[in-house]
Design a protein. Structure first.
Length: 191
């Protein structure tokens, strides 16, 4: 093999190694963020935003983001989610867009304190300490038991029913609960 050919081959391998290393983008929890109130409902009318960024604070496109609700065992995730999202057990997953962001409108029910972990490409980027829901009976319906549970939570200021995460169960939460109840009447995600 000629000296020129060996040099060209080594240079080519070097370029491939640098390209490979540059394309191995890893999510960085320091720059990634989770914004919003973690509220889920059978109708999926509440949103939770996740932005995934790398160690250079650059957005990561097409990152697989998973929310794991296993820390709150009463949460039930509906088998069908909005287009582009999948669910399995107590998790829901979606892909980020070019801005590194993905907005979850999780169809499900159940509320309580516990650790909800959010992962991007297998790296935990954040966690949330409570999930809220108008489906307080965790049966993926907003029905009469939920009305009673909501009234009890409002009277005791139990934060499971704090649908807007204001720190108290108040009049705006009553409006959100009523809207969720009306929205669920035509929902197809939770049979």
């Amino acid at each position: 093999m000629s000296k020129f050919l060996r040099m060209a081959l080594l240079a080519g391998l070097g370029v491939m190694a640098v390209t490979s290393a540059a394309s191995a983008v890893v999510p960085d929890p320091t720059f990634s963020s989770c914004v919003g109130c973690m509220t889920i409902a059978p109708g999926g009318e509440y949103s939770f935003s996740v932005t995934v960024k790398d160690q250079f604070n650059l957005p990561i496109n097409n990152s697989n983001v998973t929310i794991d609700f296993a820390g709150v065992p009463v949460v039930v995730i509906c088998p069908t989610q909005d287009a582009g999202f999948t669910s399995a057990g107590q998790t829901i997953s979606g892909k980020t867009g070019i801005s590194g962001g993905v907005v979850f409108t999780t169809h499900g029910g159940g509320a309580g304190a516990g650790t909800i972990k959010i992962y991007a490409d297998g790296v935990q980027i954040c966690s949330v300490a409570r999930v809220h829901s108008p489906d307080l009976s965790h049966n993926t319906k907003i029905d009469l038991p939920d009305v009673g549970a909501f009234a009890a939570d409002q009277a005791g200021n139990i934060l499971d029913a704090d649908l807007n995460c204001s720190g108290s169960v108040d009049l705006p939460d009553v409006g959100l609960f009523a809207g969720s109840q009306a929205n669920h009447s035509s929902d197809v995600h939770c049979p």
